[in-house]
Design a protein. Structure first.
Length: 365
């Protein structure tokens, strides 16, 4: 038990599978995923975006394969990237077979869109032959017809029943290398479905609120839905779905994990909203610091507080802290203790220098 047990999250134990070089489930770190929005046949553009996502911290990247040319393009793409690739398959089972043969590390299939069990059986054979895992992606927007007839509308029970039916089918075919998602654009529906599924299955769960929306609204919906489940110990990999640059999905995903102490990457800035008491322009300072420190990968906590009301207390809990003072003179904290003063004009230079020095220390240890 940690010294602050109220922060502890007991993760549900799940089976471990591999998506390329990345472990998913079985206590492995919660991976962060995104998806390209380029035409897959544009190999150069897709490789460029995948590499940008990798640089931003993506552990796994999904690529859409809507046609034969796209699935066959995967071979050229995979040879130029260093991150596991998931082929996103809808409707035509042959795209999944082509993607597996082209080197995809995982196939994302939606059984409600694929059709007959015979087609899924052929997909499983291709996956086995190529050591390719599968994500069974159950979605409220594309449930099997018989389940919609039974339940009248998408509901948690329908999503879970679909998942369990597909789990049984895969297990009966001696295929166990898979993870599952039960997504909806509705936070209540999604969280209930994931909770219920988690109670009756121990396969890794891919969390997400599908079609969440724009950068602002989608980030909020995803943070609520994914965050609730993660706090309950549910979930092994996440994707924040946004109508925005995919890099934003990676940023938000890591912020969710950092806020729950589940995974740390880069600088975690704790800052106040600012008010008339601020000793320096907090909002502008935080914006500049975020940009200047965004390249760092080592986990570092930094507090930036405009005055002494909460500044010293927050600084005592972070590795580096800045608290606003009077007459343009402010206090820097190191390891929770007051260390030296800094004037307003030197704040950015001083804080960046201290954080980069700490980053180097962590990198070399």
């Amino acid at each position: 038990m940690s010294i602050r047990p109220f922060r502890d999250i007991k993760r549900k134990k799940t089976k471990k599978i591999k998506v390329g070089k990345i472990n998913v489930g079985g206590g492995a770190p919660i991976s962060v995923q995104s998806m390209t929005n380029t035409l897959t046949t544009n190999v150069e553009g897709t490789v460029k975006q995948i590499n940008e996502l990798t640089e931003a911290g993506a552990d796994i990247v999904r690529v859409s394969c809507p046609d034969k040319d796209s699935s066959l393009s995967l071979k050229k793409i995979i040879n130029q990237v260093n991150v596991p690739i998931v082929a996103d398959i809808h409707f035509h089972y042959k795209r999944a077979i082509e993607a597996a043969n082209s080197g995809a590390d995982c196939l994302r299939i939606n059984p409600g869109n694929i059709g007959s069990k015979e087609k899924i059986r052929e997909i499983l054979k291709a996956a086995k032959d190529n050591n390719c895992s599968i994500r069974v992606g159950i979605n409220a927007g594309s449930l099997e017809k018989k389940l919609l007839e039974k339940y009248k509308e998408p509901c948690p029970e329908a999503l879970v029943e679909s998942a369990l039916n597909n789990i049984k089918f895969l297990e009966d075919k001696d295929f166990f290398n898979f993870k599952i998602s039960v997504k909806s654009s509705d936070v209540f529906l999604s969280t209930k479905a994931y909770r219920s599924l988690s109670e009756v299955c121990d396969y890794p769960l891919h969390l997400g609120i599908t079609e969440a929306g724009s950068l602002t609204s989608g980030s909020i919906k995803s943070s609520i839905g994914i965050g609730i489940l993660l706090m309950e110990g549910i979930g092994d990999t996440i994707r924040v779905s946004l109508s925005a640059n995919p890099i934003e999905e990676i940023k938000i995903g890591y912020e969710i994990l950092k806020s729950l102490n589940l995974r740390h990457k880069g600088v975690n800035i704790i800052s106040c909203p600012s008010c008339a008491r601020q000793g320096f322009p907090v909002i502008d300072t935080v914006k500049i610091l975020e940009e200047k420190l965004s390249h760092l990968k080592e986990p570092i906590t930094l507090s930036v507080i405009g005055c002494v009301v909460n500044g010293p207390g927050e600084a005592s809990q972070t590795q580096i802290g800045l608290t606003g003072g009077g007459q343009g003179s402010h206090m820097m904290y190191l390891s929770g203790l007051p260390h030296h003063k800094v004037v307003t004009d030197e704040i950015i230079k001083e804080v960046v220098s201290l954080v980069e020095k700490k980053s180097k220390e962590l990198r070399n240890n």
